[in-house]
Design a protein around this ligand. Structure first.
Ligand code: PLP
Length: 379
């Protein structure tokens, strides 16, 4: 969508981008300053593969401060973005033929990395009616002798659902009975949470050694371009990830790592201000969605997306284009409404589209007006 949007823009068409998967905020000044200082101080050599010891220590401090979790530097591996952390973790624990349970809708990289590891993604559908959350019964029903891994995100991209402590405990009780299964808990949207404290499934000691936390600085600190992610995991898993990364890319960018120490150890005021703005936009987006007929949408509890069900428009046409699925609708909104969104089939749910509110209030207002007018033409 980004590429198509750029092509239309190059033709002089004004496209409003509501497909963005990153904060539209700048990195806080003190973190930028730390990066500049790192350059001047000649942090220009190969860093250790798993990350500088003081960064891994800072991540442990963060995990204790924010999540009350005890980890040591030997449990931490720093990578080039949370995406690499995820790839390392999946490829470290799965073998060919293993099954990996992924609740849908899910972030598309999960299933693709699993396939790269020659394992089989087992997709379990959740829906708007259960708040896009997997129940312990659904989890249990899908576990087989081949299940090796479970992957989920909370807050979730694309639905914005956030698991409560008791919901996580119920899932943890199931995992406790199946000690061969690892759990990848993607917590990259941790700070962008509108409903309360973040809860990590790693807090349950009976399964903690099987949990691989994925987190990073991209979303919470508006640092997508710096590329900094990390895992917190049992030491053998961390060692495997380090080995793998040692062959693929070596350590993450040295300057980024130095800036990350400042980010992790300084106060979270800029993050909180950003989240407050996301919360204002979330309310406005929900109000704007209500003005559009036929749309059903859960109010996101975290992240910066809405994921409305748009299947009411399937089978309708503006006289030229017939809408049959989420890709058709997303393309229609781009070509006729000049707004870019992401089709739900990219997240394993073809009844929906993802609309991002990581854009200014002005662009959100304009974009939703365009969406409303374009959809009104479909009969
Ligand atoms: N996990 C989820 C759920 C995401 O949405 C993203 C980015 O879109 C990532 C991980 C990857 O983050 P990074 O940019 O740090 O690689």
């Amino acid at each position: 969508m980004a590429k198509l949007g750029r092509e239309l823009r190059a033709k002089g068409i004004d496209i409003i981008d509501l497909s963005l998967g990153e904060p539209d905020f700048n990195t806080p000044t003190h973190i930028k300053q730390a990066a500049k200082t790192a350059i001047d101080d000649n942090w220009s050599h190969y860093p250790p593969v798993a990350g500088y010891p003081d960064l891994r220590e800072a991540i442990c401090v963060k995990l204790k401060r924010d999540n009350n979790l005890d980890y040591k530097p030997e449990n931490i591996v720093v990578s080039t973005g949370a995406k690499q952390s995820l790839a390392n973790a999946v490829l470290s624990v799965v073998d060919a033929g293993d099954e990996v349970i992924i609740p849908t809708p899910y972030w598309v990289t999960y299933s693709e990395i699993v396939r790269l590891g020659e394992a089989t993604p087992i997709l379990i559908k959740t829906s708007v009616h259960n708040g896009y959350k997997l129940t312990p019964e659904e989890l249990e029903m899908n576990i087989t002798d081949r299940t090796r891994l479970f992957i989920f995100s909370s807050p979730c991209n694309p639905t914005g659902s956030v698991y409560t402590k008791s919901e996580l405990k119920a899932l943890a009780d199931v995992f406790e009975k199946h000690p061969n299964i690892f759990i990848i808990s993607d917590e990259i949207y941790e700070y962008i949470n509108f409903v309360g404290e973040h809860e990590s499934i790693a807090q349950f000691n009976s399964i903690k050694d099987h949990v691989i936390i994925i987190n990073g600085l991209s979303k919470g600190y508006a640092m997508t371009g710096y590329r900094l992610g990390y895992i917190a995991a049992e030491a053998n898993v961390a060692k495997a990830c380090e080995k793998l990364q040692g062959q693929f890319t070596s350590g993450a960018n040295a300057v980024t790592q130095r800036a990350a120490i400042t980010a992790l150890l300084s106060d979270l005021r800029p993050t909180r201000e950003m989240v407050k703005e996301f919360e204002n936009r979330r309310q406005r987006v929900m109000d704007l969605l209500e003005e559009i007929p036929g749309i059903e949408c859960a109010k996101p509890q975290g992240a910066f997306y809405v994921f409305p069900v748009i299947k009411y428009y399937f089978g309708k046409t503006d006289g030229e284009t017939i809408i049959q699925n989420s890709s058709d609708l997303s393309m229609y909104l781009l070509n006729k409404g000049h707004v870019s969104t992401v089709a739900g089939n990219a997240f394993g749910d073809d009844d929906c589209i993802r609309i991002s509110f990581a854009n200014s209030m002005e662009n959100i207002e304009k974009g939703f007006l365009r969406i409303k007018e374009a959809l009104a033409k479909l009969k």
